[in-house]
Each structure stands twice: as C-alpha cells, then as structure tokens.
Design a protein around this ligand. Structure first.
Ligand code: PLP
Length: 383
C-alpha cells in the first residue's frame, strides 16, 4: 500500500504540507543576528491564539507534559494546596504529577465522561476563607473521554469566592482549535503542545502565562527547577534567543502554522471544528452508538470517544481499522480500554477527511460484528 496512512488520533494530528515543507530546511544558527526575526514575532503571535491581555508565552523543546511541569515548578512550592479534578486519563496524569512534585491536592474525583465540577469548585473555594488553595486546575479538553469543560465557569467560581488562587488550564488538545480566552477568563497558566491544534510534529511544549503568574514566579519558596525555569527563558527570550538549543525546525514550522491559523481566522477555525464535530456526532447517533461524554454540554469539538456495544472489543475495532483500512483511530485509555475508540477531529481537517474516517469506521464496525447500516453515519454527517 503506497497511500499515506489516514491519521485520526487526537494528536499528533495531520501536518499540512505547507507546514511540513517549512520545516524542510538546512540547520540554522540559533545565535545569529537573524534568528530573533523569526522568534520575536512568533512569541507575539502566540499571544493572539491564547487571547492574552498580558503576560508572555514560553516555548520548550518538550511535549505538552513539559509545559505542565513548568507551570507547577515556576509558581508553586512543595506542600502548597491545589484544587484539581480527575475525570479521564489526562486529568488523572496531571493530578499524579502534582502529587509527585509535592503539592497537596484537594481532589474532586468525577465520573469519566463529565468534566470540571463547577458547583463543587465554587463550594470548596467559598469555604477556603484563609486562601490555602494556591492554584485551581482545570482540564479544558479531556482528550481521553472527549469532554470540554467550561473555563469561564471556573473563573466565575473563583470570582464569586473572591479567591486569589492562580488558574491553571490544560488546553493541550484545545488551544488553536477551541476558543481560549486567557485574558477574559483570567487564566494564569495555559498549557499546550505542538502536535494537536498547532498542526506540528510533537516536540514543543507551549506555555502561556499571565502577568499574575509571572509575579507569583518571583516569590520566595518555590520548587527547585532548571530545564523549565522561566527566569532563564525570560532573559534570553526577550532578545529572541533561548537558554539552550531551541528546536529550530519546529519553530519554523510554528511560524507557518500560525500564518495558516491567522489566514483562516481563529473564529472560523472554531466554527469549522464545531461543524465537523457535529457531523461526527450525527454519525454516532445514526449508528445507535453512545459517546463517552455524558451530556451535550460536555461534547468536545476536537475529539469524540465512542463506546462500542456490549460484547464488542474496541481494540479489535482499532486493529481492523488500522490493518484493513489504513486508518488510525484513538485507543481507549486506562479504564476505557477495550470499551471505546476515539476519533480525533482537530487541526488540519475538512469535510472530505471527516467523511473518509466515518466511511472507514462504518466498514470497520460492520466487519467487527456491530449491527449498523452502511451509509447511515456518513449520510447523517453529510446532512
Ligand atoms: C496530549 C495531551 C497531554 C499530554 O501532552 P504530551 O504532548 O503528550 O506530553 C496532556 N493533556 C491533554 C489534555 C492532552 O490531550
């Protein structure tokens, strides 16, 4: 088979040819006088994607997980209390990291398929009169379950309690595809990576931070840190350089992906993701299958996790799609393994591609013994 594999996992996503070609360059001198002409505008343009009103953006040669760690290490001290919620594999891993870095986690353990519990957050924050909670964490888009949470609602809960805690948001599978209004929502650290909405290969951790977070970083008693330390980055980034060797190709690619993002327009991109996700959801409905997301308000426009019927092994669905139809779907993570498959519908994507993956899923499901009518899902999506 000489056809390029069809990739519908929620990251890495498909890299547009323009972006891929922009990275096909000879290595360059990252200390030259020319390099800041690339980097300084990239830093500025990233702020527009996150809709920041102040602060700055850091770029690490890491995956998104590095940006998670950087947010914690630069603003919090071991023993600090933080408010978190867990409702899928990625929010679970974030809690695990916070605990391993020595934070005291006040945890809301939620049903998988739901999201950030706003009422519980509001309640806990209102009761925290001494402001022991230093940061509130929210997973914007839980990629394991296909659930989007209401970040504006978390801000409302903080404001209602007049609580000064920092607000940390994981938008690794949201930023660039879902609306992220850091300024308006008072988000202090927004974590992202290169390989999802930014349509790049893996390799950049992107961390947007508010002025409030930068001020918190200056206070005494924080964690030890080195590779991900903001102060080293600030010193060099201000001049367009980095404290160690940057991923020059990826930053070239990021330049082009930002150009594509602004060419289409952020609002148009969000609307495209909603439209295409509605198509996927219409297909799921027509197949008579259920989403992992429990309610319409949790529906993610970047990824859908879909339950297979009782008696069907979702891993067999994945294998069949891969070997028979050259199509990668997302696997069920942790306790969802074997029970769901996921369709990543984010980044560089159009109707043709969504139609293609739904067509492949229909044939796959039929092959795996699911009783569905061929054409039902693709037809519903087209409608
Ligand atoms: C992908 C993802 C991560 C992890 O990012 P890596 O780049 O794999 O380190 C974290 N959170 C969410 C919500 C994700 O989708």
């Amino acid at each position: 088979m000489t056809v390029t594999p069809h990739l519908f996992i929620p990251g890495p996503t498909n890299v547009p040819d323009k972006v891929r070609m922009a990275m096909n360059l000879p290595m360059e001198d990252m200390r030259s006088g020319e390099f800041p002409k690339l980097t300084l505008p990239v830093f500025e343009d990233l702020k527009k994607v996150f809709k920041m009103k102040d602060g700055r953006v850091f770029i690490f040669p890491s995956s998104g997980t590095g940006a998670w760690e950087s947010a914690i290490e630069n603003t919090l001290a071991p023993g600090d209390k933080v408010l978190m919620s867990r409702f899928g594999q990625f929010s679970l891993l974030w809690v695990d990291m916070a605990e391993r870095l020595g934070l005291k986690v006040e945890l809301c353990d939620e049903e998988w398929g739901t999201g950030v519990p706003l009422e519980k957050y509001a309640d806990i924050l209102a009761k925290d009169k001494n402001h022991e909670i230093k940061a509130v964490f929210a997973t914007h888009n839980e990629t394991a379950t296909g659930v989007t949470s209401d970040i504006a609602g978390v801000r409302k809960a903080l404001d209602a309690a007049k609580h000064p805690a920092l607000l940390f948001v994981d938008s690794v599978s949201g930023a660039g595809s879902l609306d992220m209004r850091m300024g308006e929502w008072g988000v202090d650290c927004c974590v992202s990576g290169s390989q999802k909405g930014f349509m790049l290969p893996t390799g950049l951790g992107i961390l947007a931070v508010s002025q409030k977070a930068l001020d918190a970083q200056k206070q005494a008693g924080r964690m030890n840190r080195c590779f991900l330390a903001w102060e080293d980055h600030i010193k060099t980034n201000d001049l367009g350089y980095f404290p160690y060797t940057p991923a020059t190709q990826l930053i070239r690619g990021l330049r082009t992906s930002l150009d594509l993002i602004f060419e289409e327009g952020l609002e148009n991109i969000f609307a495209r993701h909603t439209r295409l996700a509605n198509g996927v959801r219409a297909a799921v409905d027509a197949w008579g299958l259920k989403l992992c997301a429990k309610d319409k308000k949790w529906h993610s426009d970047t990824v859908s996790a879909i339950y297979v019927p009782e008696g069907i092994d979702a891993n067999n669905v994945l294998k069949t799609a891969y070997y028979r139809y050259n199509t990668s779907l997302g696997t069920g993570l942790n306790k969802l393994n074997g029970k769901v498959f996921r369709i990543g519908h984010l980044g560089a994507l159009d109707e043709f591609m969504v139609g293609g993956v739904l067509f492949a899923v229909e044939m796959t499901l039929k092959d795996c013994g699911v009783n569905i009518k061929l054409g039902s899902g693709t037809g519903a999506a087209a409608e």
